[in-house]
Each structure stands twice: as C-alpha cells, then as structure tokens.
Design a protein around this ligand. Structure first.
Ligand SMILES: *[C@@H]1O[C@H](CO)[C@@H](O)[C@H](O)[C@H]1NC(C)=O
Ligand SMILES: *[C@@H]1O[C@H](CO)[C@@H](O)[C@H](O)[C@H]1NC(C)=O
Ligand SMILES: *[C@@H]1O[C@H](CO)[C@@H](O)[C@H](O)[C@H]1NC(C)=O
Ligand SMILES: *[C@@H]1O[C@H](CO)[C@@H](O)[C@H](O)[C@H]1NC(C)=O
Ligand SMILES: *[C@@H]1O[C@H](CO)[C@@H](O)[C@H](O)[C@H]1NC(C)=O
Ligand SMILES: *[C@@H]1O[C@H](CO)[C@@H](O)[C@H](O)[C@H]1NC(C)=O
Ligand SMILES: *[C@@H]1O[C@H](CO)[C@@H](O)[C@H](O)[C@H]1NC(C)=O
Length: 784
C-alpha cells in the first residue's frame, strides 16, 4: 500500500509517513463508505422494452441520450417528468430519472494538506494548511497574525460630539479594540458587561418617539447608587428582586451571553459550531491543533485520522510517489469513494465570513440560530438565514471534496447578509466611501473574494469561473454582482431576469444599484435562468408547524378562493409610501380586489367575499393561508418569502411578477403546482382562478404535498440536531419532527440540479473533454 521512493524527504514528509504508518492499522475500523440506496438498473434492458412510437426517429438520433430517456420517461399531462416525487421540466426530469438515479460511487483521492504557517500564527489565528496561510482572529493581522489592529468604537471627536458621530459601535465605556465592541470596563463590578448602543447615552423621554442624545453620555450607567438607574454595577439578583434600578434601554445585545444583564454564558453562533474540532470564540472558530477551515472541518496531516469527518472517511491512504513529489510533498492522499457532483468549498479569509459573525453588535443579525438557556438552539426568523444553512450543509456534505482537481463545482462562501446587516456597524466597517450605498459596498466584497481566489488558486481560469458558485442572499440578489464573476452560477433569492423590470426595483435607496458604474457591475441582469438558481428563503423550523400539517389541509377545508396579506402601499394606513414599492404590483392587486377599507374607506373595485386582500397584519396568517386554495406571491422590496409561505401551507401559489423566477422555477415544472398571471392580467385574476376545475385544483394541491419539503433546509437543521444530541443528549421537538420527514429537501434538490448541470450545461460541451470517472453510463454524459 505504501510505496516509498528512496529519496531525500523533507521533514514534513517524514512526519506524514510516520503518521500514516501509525494509523494504517486503524483503517479497518473506519466506517464503510455509504452504500448506494438505488440499485443500478440495466439501461440495456430498458431500451429493449421501450419501443419508440416513431420508427423514422431511430437512426441518427437514437444515439442521443434524450431520445431513449424520452421514451422511457414520458411526460405527464402538464409536460412534467416526475423524479423523486417532484414534477420537473421534462428534459431535466428525464435526465434525473435515467441518470441521477443510477449514479455510482467513484474513487477520489482527497488531498490532506500539511503546509505550515510561520510562527504558528503567533497563537492569534488558525493556519490554513492548504495554503500555509494564517487566518487571524478579530483584531489581528499580518502574515503571522502578529500585528494587533486598533479597531475603534468611535469616530473622531467633534465639538458637540464627544464620542464622534453616531455609529452602531459608539461607546462611552471601554472599547474592546480587537472587535470594536463596547463594555463596562475596568473599575466597574461587571467589566465584561456590554454597553451597547443606546445604553450609554442620555435618552430624551420628552421627545416623541423618545430619542437618544448621541452627544450626551449617560454617566449614570456607571453609578453605584442603587436608587439610580445604573447598569455596569447592578447586581442581577438585586435588580430582579427590585432592590436595584437599571436602565431599561440596556440589553444583552451581543452574542455569547443571555439574561437581561448578560449574566449567563452561552455558546455563540459559529459556522457548523466548529465541527467539534474547535472552540467558537464569539463567531470565529478557533480550531484545535491540526484542524482548519472556517468551521474547523478540514484535517491536515497533523490531525488524528481517527477523527476525520465522515465525508472523508478513507478506504486507503496513499503516499505521494516521486513523480509529483514536488507538488505533494506537503500532503498526502486519502482514497475515498464518493458520488458526483463533487464540490470544492473555498476556505476564504475570515473577513468574508467568521469576522462578520464575531463582531456582530446585535446577535440576531444574519444568523439562522442562536443559543439560549442551557445552550438550547434558538432558531431565528431571519429570511436570510438560508445562506448559513447552505454553507453549513456543503461543508458537512458527502459531496464535498478537498481535491480541486477532481471538483465539478467550486463554492465561494461569502456571508453577504452579514456584510449588509453590519454595514456601518463600526468605523472599520463603514460606507463613507460608498456614500451609504450598501449594494456598492457589497459589490466590492465580492470583487475582493474574486481577487483572492484568482491569486491563490488555479481553478477559476479553467472555466472562466463558469463552474464556480456564489451566493448572494440579500434583497437584490446578484443584481450588483461585480462583472468579473458574472459567468458563474449565482445562488440567490431574487430571480429577476430584467426582461420587464430592467433596473434596480428596490424602493430602499441604500440597496439601489442603478448608480453603480458599468466598469464595476458590467451590464448583466440580476438573474440568468440558463445558469443561476433561486433558492427558497429560510423559514424557522418550528415543532408546532410540523404538527399542524397545514401543507396537507384538504381541498374541502380551503374555503377562501384567493388570499394575500401584506403591505399594500400608500393607499392604506402605514402602507409603504413609494410608488416603486413592490414594483407597483401589490397596489394594483389592492385596487381591484382589496377586501379591507383603504384610507378613503374604499374596497377594491371587484371585491368579492371569498377573496381576501388585506394589509392588516393577521394573527392567524398561516391558518388563513391553509384555508385558501390560491395564495398571492407578489414582490416586496425585491423578493419576499411569499412563495415559501404558500407552499408550506399547501396553498397554490399565484405568481404575479413578470420576468422574475421563483425557487427552482427554471428546473421544476411550476405549472404542476402553481399559477402564473401576467401583471397586466391582474384585473382578470379572479376570473382566471375560477376557471380552474376541481380536477386541476386537486392535481396542484397533491403536487404541493409532494414538493413542500423541497422548500425546507432540513439537512442543515438535522446537522444541528446531531450536534445537540451528541453534546447534551437533547432531541428538541423541531428535531424530532424534522426526523420524521423523508422527502428531498432544499439541499437534496440543489445537488440534483448541480448533477444535471454537470452533464447538461452547454458550455461544458465546448471545453476539452476531461476524462473522468463520473460514475454514470455513457448515454448520460454530455460528450458521449
Ligand atoms: C417522426 O419523427 C420525426 C422526427 O422527430 C417527425 O418529423 C415526424 O413527423 C414523426 N412522424 C410521425 C408519424 O410521428
Ligand atoms: C476503487 O478502488 C478500489 C480499491 O482500490 C477498487 O477495488 C475499485 O475497483 C475502484 N473502483 C473504481 C470505480 O475505479
Ligand atoms: C428633548 O426633546 C424635546 C422635543 O423634541 C426637545 O424640545 C428638547 O430640547 C430635547 N432635550 C434635549 C436635552 O435634547
Ligand atoms: C443616591 O441617589 C439618590 C437620588 O438621586 C440621592 O438622593 C442619594 O443621596 C444618593 N446616595 C448616595 C449615597 O450618593
Ligand atoms: C453553555 O455554553 C457555555 C459556553 O461554552 C458554557 O460556559 C456554559 O456552561 C454552557 N451552559 C450549559 C448549561 O451547559
Ligand atoms: C427598460 O425597458 C424599457 C421598456 O422596454 C426601455 O424603454 C428602457 O430603456 C429600459 N431601460 C434600461 C435601463 O435598459
Ligand atoms: C379540467 O381542466 C383541464 C385543463 O383545462 C382539462 O384538461 C380537463 O379535461 C378538465 N376536467 C374536467 C373534468 O373538466
């Protein structure tokens, strides 16, 4: 198994050999690689039993895979081909039925790296052993993380502003200048208690609404006089017992602690919670010796083989031979069996991920979970949480590879929802040079990540970035992706092809990208259905939701014909004033079908009893969706989570937004479970919906019941459930309910889509054929 050449070896190679010899005997204890669940069925046999209807179509065309697949997997009445319960667009469903279902495991050699970092990153960072480059903790920088940064909480002092102009990190207490976060500091009873935002400044209660005087510090927060409202010296027990007063505006806003006074330590949110190979220091994974990656999931030659993650469990360890010793002297190969598509996940510098998590001033910002009492998982309502879910699923996935040479796709993980929620959080994260425009600021983050991967890795150029995947989860999606990355696959929530809405449609000025120069943005649409993918928004996993089974509510309990509840614009009290809000679509709907009185007391022109279009926030929103046959899917400021709400409540989505794609819409056959109405057809909406007969309605409802799980991030949620189970033996209700589900979820759907793209993307036909083992029969391959 080990063939060593007698050559001069570097010390690291010798170390690696020692490690391998030591651990080779452990190989037999490894878990067996996962077994295929679907038997490979004989294509030959299928071919002979499938007699083409049209003899003349034989001959030249019969060598095309499509023909055989078309014959074996006919379309249904809605032109869909069903695969694993979901109706797909015919071509896609056929390929998946014939090919994805039979993909076999292949042998892949995973690269286990062992490059070392200078001075071990001075103990102030994690060594990326693939590049031999340090990833420094918050507040440290330099090649060896030996430089200490000074990240101020405050802007420079001005005559009437002793703490500078307002910024979220503004601090009259002690600034932790490694993170720009504000604490009570030395000399107080609770030096590590945060003094976040309003807390340290005088509140003007006589203003309506009460406002904060950012130029006037409230020195009482440091008081020791228990009859004054203090904060930094207030004993929690006494405060709870009513024996000491505290300032109500002060809260525990930073991650890692809970209780009114931040008195209980809890786990912070880290990517995959550091995969049990590291300590989560406020959002940044401080990996154990020998482990690295944003979630400490990557072993190096210095880590014990016994602890390698499941997706890397090898069958065999190979020492590099002499031929490519120069390249692989710093690592070793582990033979692993896997199924394609294989995805390489870049381990970007922490400015794109971990540092954004660590410096959060409000713990709810940009994460899909936090930790509460007894370190139990607290799922958030953040619609943008999908970004964390996908990133974590990919990092822990059996489709992940560490070998870029074998990879079919390259994922570039940037937490843009963190960048955006944190823009202008602290002087070192500021929008000054972007004149407050978050879209422009974010574009540069992506450009910097592009520069990084082009400079450090050889993979981009090989496909001009076409096999790279970027995720842009904010309201305007990839509208402001820098022009350099537009060739790539964009994972977004906003599928605007710009065929009708051809400029920035957000009514929120800071996200508007119309002013970004062509030199930076290029002239691309927001979404290109031939390469990109819209992903469902994050919806909180909630035990009650699963028990209520609203997605399965039958037809006879759905009495409302059409339902839409949400902001309807300026005609209503508290409505969004901008005419551009919702691109004017919700306003048009309300004019026709509004079912509650507007500011003038008027209802919609065509108001009907079984049509509910209302801006009044409903207490029973989910119940009302589940009591309806059709539900409106209209944009807000860009996308809104209406498609998800509708599907998860089993209500047939009625999509009204021209030229804008919804989750998986370029892959699934939407006609099988939804209705699309042109914006110009809004006046005829109800006439059109009444035109669907019961058979058609039942058909769509039945399909929704089959696909609703494809709108759930179950994979990522179950990873969290496993972590909770192994750490605390806890199985919370959300975990128990999720475990009952068996249909394909968002992540499974993404993998199916990528597998299809790997063998059907037209650009791959034009690049020189790479002889690789794809684990598929010839007829499934693009170049066959
Ligand atoms: C047979 O297939 C060919 C090519 O697809 C088509 O042009 C022709 O009309 C078909 N004939 C019949 C009888 O369906
Ligand atoms: C994978 O490797 C194993 C062990 O070396 C070998 O028996 C098997 O044939 C290989 N499979 C493929 C598909 O090459
Ligand atoms: C408080 O607000 C009121 C009403 O806006 C204003 O008149 C007053 O000057 C403010 N006081 C301080 C101290 O800022
Ligand atoms: C505490 O504050 C109250 C209210 O302002 C004041 O009457 C009292 O004298 C203070 N006590 C001390 C010890 O300073
Ligand atoms: C929760 O986690 C924190 C941080 O790791 C730890 O200090 C604390 O003891 C834990 N609490 C419980 C109840 O396990
Ligand atoms: C958008 O489309 C409209 C109508 O097709 C056209 O008049 C306008 O010039 C387009 N704007 C941009 C920025 O392409
Ligand atoms: C229902 O509508 C569909 C589609 O328009 C049509 O094909 C079908 O025949 C109709 N069924 C009944 C029972 O009317």
């Amino acid at each position: 198994m080990l063939v060593m050449q007698k050559r001069n070896c570097s010390w690291s190679l010798i170390a690696a050999v020692g490690l391998v010899v030591l651990l080779v005997s452990l190989v037999q204890f490894f878990w067996l690689p996962w077994k295929p669940t679907l038997d490979f069925f004989s294509i030959k046999q299928a071919q002979t039993t499938c007699i083409p209807l049209n003899e003349s179509s034989k001959g030249t065309e019969s060598s095309l895979p499509g023909l055989d697949l078309a014959c074996r997997f006919p379309v249904d009445l809605h032109s869909a081909v069903v695969y694993r319960g979901a109706p797909w667009k015919a071509e896609i469903g056929r390929w998946l039925s014939g090919c994805d279902s039979v993909v076999k495991e292949i042998n892949v050699t995973e690269k286990i790296s062992g490059k070392v970092c200078k001075n071990d990153c001075s103990g102030q960072g994690v060594c990326n052993h693939e590049l031999g480059e340090c990833r420094c903790f918050h507040g440290y920088s330099g090649e060896q993380c030996s430089e200490t940064l000074y990240l101020a909480c405050n802007y420079p002092v001005m005559p009437d502003l002793p703490y500078g102009r307002f910024v979220v990190s503004i601090c009259p207490g002690q600034c932790d200048t490694t993170r720009a976060m504000c604490f009570c500091g030395e000399g107080t009873k609770y030096p590590y208690r945060p003094v976040a935002e309003h807390c340290g400044f005088t509140i003007n209660a006589s203003a309506t609404p009460p406002s904060t005087a950012w130029g006037k510090p409230d020195l009482d927060v440091f008081t020791t006089n228990s009859s004054l409202s203090g904060w930094c010296n207030v004993d929690p027990e006494e405060a709870y017992a009513g024996k000491a007063k505290f300032k109500e505006e002060c809260h525990c806003k930073y991650d890692g602690r809970i209780g009114q006074f931040c008195e209980y330590p809890v786990i912070s949110t880290c990517i995959n919670q550091c995969s049990s190979h590291g300590y989560c220091r406020g959002g940044f994974c401080q990996c154990h010796e020998g482990w690295y990656g944003a979630d400490c999931s990557i072993p190096s030659v210095f880590s014990s083989l016994r602890e390698w993650p499941q997706w890397l469990r090898p069958s065999q360890i190979n020492m590099p031979g002499y031929a490519n010793a120069a390249e692989s002297i710093n690592g070793l190969g582990a033979a692993v069996t896997k199924r394609r598509p294989l995805i390489y996940v870049y381990d970007l510098p922490p400015e794109f991920n971990s540092l954004l998590l660590e410096g959060r001033h409000f713990k709810f910002e940009c994460v899909n979970r936090l930790y509460g009492e007894k370190n139990a998982t607290v799922w958030t309502e953040q619609l943008y949480g999908a970004q964390m879910a996908i990133y974590e699923s990919l990092l822990a996935s059996p489709y992940r590879t560490l070998n870029g040479e074998e990879a079919d796709f390259f994922f570039v993980p940037i937490l843009d929802s963190c960048i955006i929620t944190r823009s202008d959080d602290a002087p070192h994260i500021n929008l000054q040079e972007y004149r407050g425009i978050r879209s422009s600021f974010t574009l540069d983050f992506y450009k910097k990540a592009y520069d990084h991967i082009v400079e450090h890795y050889p993979y981009w150029e090989r496909s001009s970035g076409k096999n790279h995947i970027w995720i842009l989860s904010w309201d305007e999606g990839a509208c402001y992706a820098p022009k350099e990355i537009w060739n790539s696959v964009m994972f977004v929530h906003w599928g605007n092809t710009n065929s009708k809405h051809n400029h920035s449609t957000t009514a929120y000025w800071a996200d508007n990208w119309d002013g970004i120069s062509l030199a930076r943005r290029g002239n691309h649409p927001c979404f290109d259905p031939s390469k990109d993918l819209v992903l469902p928004a994050w919806k909180r996993p909630d035990g009650n939701f699963f028990r209520a089974k609203l997605w399965a509510r039958p037809r006879d309990q759905r009495m409302t014909l059409f339902y839409f509840n949400g902001n309807l614009g300026s005609a209503y009290d508290n409505g969004r004033p901008e005419a551009t809000y919702s691109m004017g679509i919700r306003q048009k709907l309300a004019e026709e079908f509004g079912s509650s009185p507007d500011k003038d007391g008027k209802l919609g022109r065509q108001h009907q009893n079984d049509v509910l279009v209302s801006p009044l926030r409903s207490e029973n929103y989910h119940e009302e969706l589940a009591s309806s046959i059709f539900c409106g899917v209209l944009p807000g400021d860009g996308w809104s989570g209406r498609m998800e709400d509708s599907v998860l409540q089993g209500c047939i989505p009625v999509i009204i937004q021209d030229g804008i794609f919804l989750p998986f819409e370029n892959f699934l056959n939407y006609e099988s479970f939804s209705v699309r109405i042109g914006e110009d057809e809004i006046p005829n909406l109800i006439k059109i919906l009444r035109g669907f007969n019961e058979t058609e309605i039942e058909f769509k409802l039945a399909n929704l019941q089959r696909i609703w799980q494809r709108f759930l991030y179950r994979d990522s949620v179950l990873h969290e459930a496993e972590r909770q189970k192994s750490a605390y033996g806890r199985v919370d209700d959300w975990a128990a309910e999720m475990l009952q589900l068996t249909e394909d979820d968002v992540f499974a759907t993404i993998i199916q889509v990528l597998h299809y793209k790997l063998h059907n993307d037209p650009w791959r036909k034009r690049v020189p054929h790479i002889r690789r083992d794809f684990g598929l029969p010839q007829e499934c391959l693009i170049n066959s």
